[in-house]
Design a protein around this ligand. Structure first.
Ligand code: ATP
Ligand code: MG
Length: 306
């Protein structure tokens, strides 16, 4: 996680807006009045699926419905020590309201004295990051199919004034059909204003966030451009040994296409139209879907079938 610098006013606005308090019984009573109250005895716990910074994720089955889910268990002490309670509330509030085939569902949450539990959609094929490591880089058909599906999911988010701000392979999971699922809304914001927050991982940050100037939903277009490059070349475009060099390369948009692997001119054209310093000039996502490289390569079903 990187540094967060937010004005108190923004934070106040956010708290007012969210109005959700994981640790306050009264507040959660009000906000969750219409929702079912879950507890651990509603689930059979299965094998561990992975480990995150703040806890563990387990396969689980909701007893009454037999529905399979992923249960993310977070320790309150660790959340408090790292001062990420706000971020978690934001993540829960935002992700639980999104409904899109390429966005991981968050069905609900509950807590006990020591832990917070998130009930998540189970992504049966695991992490995209591992797939990319295994293959080194993806074919143009696979990359285009993924990029198009993410563009549709981001169009949906932006339509709800949600900016993800942390699109990268580590935050993408693969569903049972092979469809991508955007997970991890820890850095996302619900906003009507332009914002000045430093967050995310350096390699995927656009110039305006590196330089901490105002930014808006077009930060996600930049990150999707970086992702498209990494899918095709196996490494992000501004990678460097030193942070300061990555920083400089981002700010200068020092974009180079290596000779290997061979990538079509059309793909490079699309990437070049997304990685544009002036955020207002980046290719809008609905136009991305009409780009010849996407039209010719992306599977219309939105699912890559190996
Ligand atoms: P963090 O989110 O704290 O930065 P992280 O992404 O590594 O770190 P988690 O989101 O807690 O950690 O997930 C840990 C691991 O569990 C993931 O890397 C993934 O392998 C697995 N996992 C998480 N959620 C799911 C899910 N919904 N379906 C399948 N596997 C999951
Ligand atoms: Mg995660």
């Amino acid at each position: 996680m990187a540094i967060v610098t937010e004005t108190q006013q923004q934070e106040k606005f956010f708290i007012l807006f969210v109005g959700l308090c994981l640790y306050n019984q009264e507040a959660s009573d009000a906000s969750a009045a219409a929702q079912k109250r879950w507890n651990l005895s509603d689930f059979d716990i299965g094998k561990p699926l992975g480990r995150g910074k703040f806890g563990h994720v387990y396969l689980a089955r909701e007893k009454r419905s037999n529905h399979i889910v992923a249960l993310k268990v977070l320790f309150k002490t660790q959340l408090q020590q790292s001062q990420v309670e706000h971020q978690l509330r934001r993540e829960v509030e935002i992700q639980s309201h999104l409904r899109n085939p390429n966005i991981l569902r968050l069905y609900g949450y509950f807590y006990d004295q020591k832990r917070v539990y998130l009930i998540l959609e189970y992504a049966a094929r695991g992490e995209l990051y591992k797939e990319l490591q295994k293959c080194k880089y993806f074919s143009e058909r696979r990359a285009a199919t993924y990029v198009a599906s993410l563009a549709r999911a981001l169009i949906y988010c932006h339509g709800k004034h949600v900016i993800h701000r942390d699109i990268k392979p580590e935050n993408l999971l693969i569903g049972a059909q092979g469809e991508l699922k955007i997970a991890d809304f820890g850095w996302s914001v619900h906003t009507f204003n332009r914002r000045r927050t430093m967050c995310g991982t350096l390699d995927y940050l656009p110039p305006e966030m590196v330089e901490s100037v105002e930014h808006d939903a077009s930060v996600d277009i930049w990150s999707l451009g970086i992702l498209c490059y990494e899918f095709l070349y196996g490494v992000p475009p501004f990678e460097a040994m030193e942070h300061s060099d990555t920083y400089r390369r981002i700010v200068q948009v020092d974009l180079k296409f290596p000779p290997k692997p061979i990538v079509s001119a059309s793909a490079k054209d699309l990437i070049s139209q997304m990685l544009v310093k002036e955020s207002a000039l980046r290719l809008p996502l609905h136009r991305l879907l009409e780009h010849p490289w996407i039209v010719q390569n992306a599977d219309p079903s939105g699912v890559y079938r190996g």
